[in-house]
Design a protein around this ligand. Structure first.
Ligand SMILES: Nc1ncnc2c1ncn2[C@@H]1O[C@H](COP(=O)(O)OP(=O)(O)OP(=O)(O)O)[C@@H](O)[C@H]1O
Length: 323
């Protein structure tokens, strides 16, 4: 599955497939949330999945991470460079994570009563050998692993801009900080690909800019990024390629420029015919999907305002233990 091309960071073959999704269909009773969806994702990529509410984006993430098993189709993953592709279907979420697939959630799932450092260590320690017994016995290699995991956790906190917050409880952090902490914890599992589910939801404009830089940095460090995001400005600024879903079907795929000018995509978001969408596109010199309010999410709007007015707000009510 590889050729000699390299990523900008020169870390891995850029056109090696990390995900090869072939015609998956996922049904819940009478609802078809994914209908014959295919997708190929390459190692060097930041790939965004967009679409109106209920389009099937989270269903796709869940199908790629072992939460759901589609009734039809195949999902192959080769997350880390050099891995042989294996099927995700039927595998438990922690097994898929061990294969190098990490994710964050639309509704933040941190251990709110643990510190930021401890949350990241939970991610790191999923890959370590020591268990509770060796920890109780305080074996030398266990103490070494503990030291390594603390050092790595500090590095990851630094990478997401939370070095100064290491010893604060996750639940006391501002909303945008919690989202970055979730990313650090996911990175702690040493993934080859990270799936970010609406990482910008509820964050303010400054946090969005920082998030864009962080996503690009993660990718430059050799981790492929699959992104679900309603904030089109962020999507258009970081994505190399965009896949668009509507009513569980793939309706378009292309570069940000192609997607912004695609009548089928604009029609899906505006809820109009493609003809009307073409008129809409023709009446603007620089038609941009960004002009359309895509969030459709009152929480997103409200939280953004709240965060813009003061940075101390937390994500109360959004937290729970990891799945
Ligand atoms: N566990 C489930 N049981 C029944 N229906 C489900 C389940 N999960 C998803 N669906 C349905 O599948 C469709 C797609 O939902 P999904 O959450 O994947 O969309 P989405 O694009 O992520 O939406 P949003 O942008 O609002 O998060 C919806 O009709 C939803 O109701």
């Amino acid at each position: 599955m590889t050729t000699a091309t390299t990523t900008p960071a020169g870390k891995a073959p850029a056109d090696e497939l990390v995900f090869d999704v072939r015609g998956i269909t996922l049904r819940f009773g009478g609802v078809t949330s994914l209908n014959d969806v295919s997708l190929q994702m390459r190692r060097g990529e930041i790939l965004a999945v967009i679409g109106p509410n209920g389009a099937g984006k989270t269903s796709l993430f869940n199908s790629l991470t072992g939460v759901y098993t589609p009734q039809e189709g195949e999902v192959l993953v080769a997350a880390r460079s050099g891995d042989e592709p294996v099927s995700v279907l039927g595998k438990k979420t922690h097994v898929v994570n061990h294969l190098g697939v990490a994710r964050t959630f639309q509704n933040i799932r941190l251990f709110s009563a643990l510190t930021a450092l401890e949350n990241v260590k939970v991610g790191i320690e999923t890959r370590q050998k020591s268990g509770p017994i060796s920890a109780m016995l305080g074996l030398p290699w266990q103490r070494r692993e503990e030291k390594d995991s603390t050092a790595k956790a500090y590095q990851l906190l630094d990478r997401v801009g939370l070095a100064g917050r290491a010893n604060e409880l996750a639940g006391s952090l501002a909303y945008g900080e919690q989202r970055r902490l979730e990313i650090a914890r996911a990175l702690g599992t040493g993934p080859g690909v990270i799936l970010l589910d609406e990482p910008a939801a509820g964050t303010n404009p400054v946090e969005k800019r920082e998030l864009a830089a962080l996503i690009q940095q993660i990718n430059a460090d050799g981790v492929a990024v699959l992104l679900i995001e309603h904030d089109m400005k962020l999507v258009m600024s970081v994505a190399h390629r965009i896949l668009v879903l509507n009513f569980g079907q793939r309706i378009a795929e292309g570069t940000p420029e192609q997607i912004q000018r695609d009548p089928a995509v604009v029609a899906a978001y505006l809820g109009t015919s493609e003809e009307d969408a073409e008129t809409e596109l023709a009446t603007h010199d620089q038609p941009e999907l960004q002009r359309i309010d895509l969030s459709g999410d009152p929480l997103h709007e409200a939280s953004t305002t709240e965060q813009s007015e003061g940075s101390g707000a937390t994500a109360a009510g959004e937290k729970g233990g990891p799945a």
